[in-house]
Design a binder for this molecule. Structure first.
Ligand code: NDP
Ligand code: RET
Length: 316
């Protein structure tokens, strides 16, 4: 059986690192993983986690998704440029009031999260079309379908990713290609730490008092608890994604966090779009005192989405 090649971006930490190691450890050795990162000097954690798979089913390569030349050089270095499964994972977060963020900072988020994926596809899609085979997996977010307070730019970048992929999916089908958007809720990784630390450092002098107070005393104050309550591990996301790449008919969208599903379901329950906004408003402002209680309630709820797609049917 031929090994499938998997290229993953952003493997220096978090979801990318876990994904690379999880796939490279496949018992049946079905995959050759090219785990890429923009800065190879950050490769130590991956080298350690990769263990004996390094040089066998896992190889580390340089790739900066904001640099077309680095993408091309990396793809050219892969035998026959053959990538069967592309996992676009590299991404950055940004929280805070937009009054306190520069356009440059915002552009950097779009450049990594959205244009990073577009650059990657421009390089890889034509080969996949020629071969009439391939699976494009994009680590999106629940924020690719639903905006969250003080995540305006980050959510916009993930909405852009989703709009792009939804548009491309029909064309892809004509070439027998699959596209899947993985939509995690909060995941405890470097992302969480970096975003929180940057958030704490935000210069709020350009924001009015109400906004500054809302960001500091509601958003940042509850941030850690939200990750503690809902947070998945990078390994959880790797397990979900592994199932997605080994299933016979992969879905277009896949949410990984059943605790978060009640929130995203609100979006589809009201075509006017007011329901999630009203409920989020009430959760944040009117029920501040019961905010913790509602988080705990959601944790207990263990909602199971009734999806027709099941992950229990791996490829033969
Ligand atoms: N953590 C969370 O709560 C959630 C995360 N996601 C998404 O998951 C993905 C992975 O994030 P996560 O693992 O949590 O966070 P991490 O911060 O742990 O990992 C992000 C990775 O992206 C890399 N990266 C950033 N910019 C570039 C670039 N220009 N070129 C190549 N690599 C780059 C980072 O490299 P470096 O070390 O050099 O900075 C790092 O390897 C992101 O797309 C994120 O939006 C989705 C839902 C929830
Ligand atoms: C649950 C919830 C909130 C916060 C959600 C957060 C913070 C989600 C983070 C998701 C991440 C980090 C995704 C990454 O892509 C609010 C709006 C405070 C109140 C309403 C309920």
């Amino acid at each position: 059986m031929d090994q499938k090649t998997v290229l993953i971006t952003g493997c220096s930490s978090g979801i990318g690192l876990s994904l690379a190691v999880h796939i490279a450890n496949d018992e049946k050795k079905r995959f050759m993983v090219y785990a890429t990162m923009r800065n190879l000097s950050k490769g130590e954690a991956l080298v350690e986690a990769a263990g004996r798979t390094l040089g066998k089913t896992l190889e580390i390569k340089q790739m900066d998704v904001c640099d077309e030349n680095s993408i091309k050089a990396c793809v050219d270095s892969i035998p026959e440029r053959r990538i069967d499964i592309l996992i676009s994972n590299a991404g950055v977060g940004l929280i805070g009031p937009i009054e306190c963020q520069s356009i440059e900072e915002m552009k950097a988020v779009m450049d990594t999260n959205f244009f990073g994926m577009v650059r990657l596809l421009k390089e890889i899609l034509p080969d996949m079309k020629k071969r009439k085979s391939g699976h494009i997996v994009v680590i999106s977010s629940v924020m690719g379908i639903q905006g969250i307070l003080f995540n305006d730019i980050y959510a916009a970048s993930k909405f852009a990713v989703e709009g792009f992929c939804e548009s491309l999916a029909v064309q892809a089908l004509r070439f027998n290609l699959n596209i899947t958007l993985i939509e995690p809720g909060p995941v405890v990784t470097e992302f969480e730490r970096k975003v929180f630390e940057e958030g704490l450092k935000t210069d709020l002098s350009k924001a009015d008092k109400v906004t500054a107070d809302m960001f500091t005393n509601i958003y940042l104050k509850n941030y850690k608890q939200i990750f503690d309550t809902f947070g998945q591990t990078a390994e959880d996301i790797a397990e979900h994604t592994f199932k997605i790449i080994t299933v016979e008919s992969p879905p277009f969208r896949h949410q990984t966090n059943s605790l978060y599903t009640p929130m995203t379901t609100l979006k589809y329950a009201d075509p006017n779009g007011d329901l999630p906004i009203d409920i989020f408003y009430k959760m944040v402002f009117e029920h501040d005192k019961v905010f913790n209680a509602s988080l705990n309630f959601l944790k207990l709820l263990r909602w199971r989405s009734r999806k027709s797609f099941t992950l229990d049917k791996p490829k033969a």
